[in-house]
Write a protein that binds this ligand. Structure first.
Ligand code: F0G
Length: 450
């Protein structure tokens, strides 16, 4: 069948405000041409992030009613511990309020000034937490990751040769290495089981622990099942368990593949790591059996993690992304191929070739998508990564897909909007920054159309 079959039906609806082009023109101007400054209700399709924006199932909502809000040792904690223990095989399990809280406490307990933390690519918050602990966050993406047009199936892999080289020179300074699945910074690209296994073998020889950033582990498991030899007949849970079997610890933002709106965890095998993390958690987040979350959150997470590992759900999620990618490729609209697990990336440099990087081509596309159809996307280019006077390596626009939120007709609408903007691309103009903050300027900058 060609039609995407969403493996759920809708029991409760949330109204979307339908706006006119004139209204959107006005709203964008009032937001200083920066979509981060728009009110969410003025966005008809909001693709800013896939983090914490998913829809929960009836089973999750039902589980929330069973939340045990006891301070210590609640029933909900027991269920959370059992579920995560079964999936990850780790003996020590800690809830945190979101992913970066787990990263912060990991950095606090295990990282010292002058350390080096290698990763396929650090996500912004992971990098920031390592750097805050005065360590160097080292990105070692595989060479295929930089080739926008390469069809390599596992562009999220870490570069094993460079990892080995760094360890050879600096192994005293590496308290642990990380692998992020899928590689968000690299476009949500998957990491192969072979790459995780070989990373572990290298690290083991040097007694360096491996920490997995597991935000999108279930999407990664689906890629392994469908793309890597030997995994076609394994369940997603079996594949996920094998991924975690190579790790000594993991952090996770449950706002992604936990299918909830808030939550995170840290898990590990080592007793001393657990002891240190527990003490830091009590000091900064909460008692170790709730870690900054409510009992009802723990219940929703226990159900959500299992749902994310259901094959029908992942088939539908990936079909949506493939559907979008195929349609855009057919229209000859430049996108990054192959698409990752949670987003489609437009290549803004090719989309608006007449706008140079200093004039923010990604912003030209982002703002045109909003004006044309009320679609909110995000620029990953010179506004986000460039420093004053410098441009970014790539000019991309991310369309991140919230989980179980939009239907195929929303995606058809989205394709229509992109196609319309593509037709008018020659008329689009660049932007300049008129006001910016010293750090993370993309969140609050004021922009002016040239
Ligand atoms: N690691 C990865 C790979 C992430 O993508 C994120 C969040 C985090 C850690 C931090 O988790 O937000 O729960 O504290 N990514 C979101 C995004 C914000 O839009 O990609 P958090």
């Amino acid at each position: 069948m060609k039609t995407i079959f969403e493996p759920f039906r809708i029991k409760m609806t949330e109204s979307l405000k339908v706006t006119t082009a004139a209204e959107r023109q006005y709203k964008l101007k009032a937001a200083h041409n920066n979509v981060f400054l728009l009110d969410a209700e003025d966005c008809m399709i909001d693709l800013l992030t896939d983090s914490g924006t998913g829809a929960m199932s009836d089973r999750q909502w039902a589980a929330m009613m069973m939340g045990d809000e006891s301070y210590a040792g609640s029933r909900s904690w027991k269920r959370f511990e059992t579920t995560i223990g079964e999936i990850t095989g780790m003996p020590y399990i800690f809830p945190t309020h979101q992913g970066r809280a787990a990263e912060r406490l990991l950095a606090l307990t295990r990282v010292s000034a002058g350390d080096i933390i290698p990763n396929n690519s650090h996500f912004d918050t992971t990098r920031a937490n390592m750097e805050f602990a005065k360590a160097a966050a080292l990105d070692l993406p595989c060479v295929e990751a930089q080739r926008l047009h390469s069809d390599f199936p596992f562009k999220g892999n870490i570069d094993l040769a460079r990892l080995e080289e760094y360890i050879g020179n600096e192994h005293e300074r590496i308290p642990f290495a990380m692998i992020t699945v899928t590689n968000n910074t690299g476009g949500g690209q998957p990491v192969s089981m072979q790459n995780i296994r070989e990373t572990k073998e290298i690290l083991k020889r040097h007694h360096i622990p491996l920490v997995i950033d597991a935000c999108r582990f279930a999407e990664n498991a689906y890629f392994i099942k469908t793309r890597e030899e030997g995994y076609a007949d394994k369940s997603l849970t079996e594949i996920a368990s094998e991924m975690f079997s190579y790790a000594d610890a993991a952090t996770m933002s449950l706002k992604k593949d936990g299918l909830v709106n808030i939550g995170g965890f840290f898990v590990c095998r080592d007793e001393q790591w657990a002891e240190d993390f527990r003490n830091a958690l009590i000091l900064q987040e909460g008692f170790p059996t709730y870690g900054g979350l409510a009992g009802r959150d723990l219940e929703a997470i226990s159900v959500g993690l299992r749902e994310a590992l259901q094959l029908e759900y992942q088939q539908y999620r990936h079909a949506t992304i493939e559907y979008m990618s195929r349609k855009l490729v057919d229209l000859q609209i430049p996108i990054v191929r192959p698409s990752g697990g949670h987003a489609v990336f437009l290549n803004a440099s090719d989309f608006v070739r007449h706008i140079p990087a200093v004039q923010l081509p990604g912003i030209a596309v982002v703002n045109a998508l909003y004006r044309e159809g009320g679609v909110r996307s995000v620029e990953l280019g010179t506004l986000m990564f460039g420093r004053t006077g410098q441009v970014a390596a790539q000019e991309l626009v991310r369309l991140a897909f919230p989980r179980r939120v939009y239907t195929q007709s929303h995606f058809d609408y989205l394709i229509e909007v992109i196609e319309e903007v593509w037709k008018q691309r020659h008329k689009l103009k660049g932007f300049r920054i008129v006001k910016q903050a010293p750090f993370l300027r993309h969140f609050s900058a004021w922009l002016e159309e040239l």
